[in-house]
Design a protein around this ligand. Structure first.
Ligand code: AHR
Length: 508
């Protein structure tokens, strides 16, 4: 069966917030130390202590926003440990200490992280400790970062530490996974915390964008209970504004999906099925919020997402860092369909942060010593950056389905995932061929305009869907670009099996 996709230029979903193409850096395993940070005195080429190769490659994909310092790590982080002369900073116990035996040297703190964001042109998004510190300490962190030069004593301390100008950090997440590692709270308890932190912190800045902690896919009902309480408080008054509501969505592999490098076709499809289920999760969470607060403009922020291989027997990689995983075309296709979901729901999702940037979970880079490898997922982000700030268009897909049986249950999923956008007369269509064993002919029918000449098609695929980039073979899978010319309203392209494709064409 031939796949047909209808694209209607007049059928707009909304503007794709560049922050959908955001990242996440946590003090965990090899993310910060030996990942982004090698130190100023290192022989590894660096810019102000940050791994040069990673900085340069990251900048190329327009990283928009980066969340830091956790994750769970944020919930025992004292921001004061990470300021001042580096040689005088304390060594502390990292939240993840029990797993990898590493202590926290605090060599990367607020100033360094801001420097990293500036080097790659990204906005910082800070996750505030809302469990093991006081509201005053959290408020003071905002004051330290954002008060104008020469005003408060904390602003002067920032200046003494080398930054006279305020950092103007806009995004502040109040708590992380408050239902779990962040305090094991009930939604009602957390609502009180959110209110307390938000109200107290409001006084230190006019342009603060607070983000409340929402659920992961296993506890969707958290949202209903949280917003019931939030509404109850609203009627009492003094509830801080909410810019975003955070969701976490991991495709967690506890063994049913094989291992990172070895999997059957069925296990491939099982991973795609769970990945595609993010869409109904987003839809239902959005509906719950709108049902509770019809007038609200709060947007969804999926600030942790990706494939997490948690099965026994981790694949040994040179770094041997906690949660370090190799990637193949499977992670690439999963990333592509996830980003398509965000584009297609850009009227609901205003930010997303893939977990995590380097050496951890669904990473874009693997780094150790002087070697830095861009994974297949890196190239997906490179291909998809064209969607940033473009207008998302509705697409209608008519494609074959894939049926598979796992654990006695039969499932049926579409074989193609797609999103489309337009900016400055250029149409961008991104496609993932979920079918692991079949190239597909896809016809893109354009309504409301015409293809107008030249464009490109970029294909990320490999001879085996189990291929990926590694320390031994860092460029095994990279995208291939080809020029195309097309007029009229119909374009047919071949999408290789298990691939990610970008079609980019002028339209009139
Ligand atoms: O990304 C790793 C961890 O996953 C984060 O610290 C936490 O928020 C989530 O459980």
């Amino acid at each position: 069966m031939m796949t047909k996709i209808d694209i209607r230029l007049k059928d707009e979903i909304g503007l794709i917030n560049p922050n959908i193409y955001g990242h996440f850096i946590e003090h965990l395993g090899g993310v910060v130390y030996d990942g982004i940070w090698v130190g100023e005195d290192s022989e590894i080429p660096n810019i102000k202590g940050f791994r040069r190769e990673l900085v340069e490659k990251l900048k190329e994909i327009k990283p928009s926003v980066i969340r830091w310092p956790g994750g769970c790590f944020a919930e025992t982080y004292n921001w004061r440990d990470g300021i001042g002369p580096r040689e005088q900073r304390p060594t502390t116990v990292n939240w993840w200490y029990m797993n990898d035996g590493k202590l926290e040297t605090n060599q990367v703190g607020t100033h360094e992280f801001i420097e990293f964001c500036r080097l790659v042109n990204a906005e910082p998004y800070f996750a505030v400790n809302a469990t093991t510190t006081t509201v005053l300490e959290a408020r003071n962190w905002i004051e330290y970062c954002n008060m104008p030069q020469g005003t408060t004593t904390l602003a002067q301390e920032r200046e003494k530490n080398g930054a006279p100008e305020p950092f103007n950090v806009k995004y502040w997440g109040l708590g992380n996974e408050s239902w779990g590692g962040g305090g094991c709270m009930t939604p009602e308890d957390y609502c009180h915390i959110y209110r307390k932190y938000g109200i107290i912190s409001k006084s230190v800045g006019p342009d603060l964008h607070f983000i409340a902690c929402g659920p992961y896919e296993g506890i969707p009902e958290w949202t209903e209970k949280f917003f019931d309480k939030y509404n109850e408080m609203y009627t009492v008054g003094r509830v801080p504004p909410m810019f975003g509501y955070s969701l976490h969505y991991y495709v967690t592999n506890t063994g049913t999906m094989g291992s990172e490098l070895e999997y059957t076709d069925t296990q491939w499809y099982e991973m795609m099925r769970i990945g595609l289920d993010m869409e109904p999760f987003i839809q239902s969470q959005y509906e719950m919020i709108r049902a509770a607060m019809p007038e609200t403009s709060v947007g969804l922020i999926v600030d942790e997402w990706g494939v997490w291989h948690l099965q026994n027997g981790r694949h040994p990689l040179p770094g041997n860092y906690l949660f370090e995983q190799p990637s193949t075309m499977r992670e690439a296709v999963l990333a592509a369909l996830s980003l398509n979901i965000f584009n297609n729901h850009c009227n609901k999702v205003i930010m997303a942060n893939v977990a995590q940037l380097v050496n951890c979970i669904h990473s874009l880079f693997l780094a150790k010593g002087s070697t830095c490898v861009a994974t297949t997922t890196y190239y997906v982000f490179d291909m998809y950056k064209i969607h940033q700030n473009a207008t998302s268009l509705k697409t209608e897909i008519d494609c074959k389905s894939v049926t598979f049986t796992i654990d006695g249950e039969t499932h049926c999923i579409p074989s193609i995932s797609c999103s489309a956008s337009i900016k400055d007369g250029i149409l961008a269509v991104t496609l993932a061929n979920i079918a692991v064993d079949e190239d597909q002919e896809v016809t893109l029918n354009l309504y409301g305009g015409q293809y107008a000449g030249e464009g490109t098609i970029v294909v990320l695929s490999s001879s085996s869907h189990k291929n990926g980039n590694s320390f031994e073979d860092p460029y095994k899978v990279t995208p291939v670009e080809q020029f195309i010319a097309q007029t009229g309203s119909e374009l047919t392209v071949t999408i290789p099996k298990a691939s990610v494709v970008l079609v980019r064409l002028n339209v009139s």
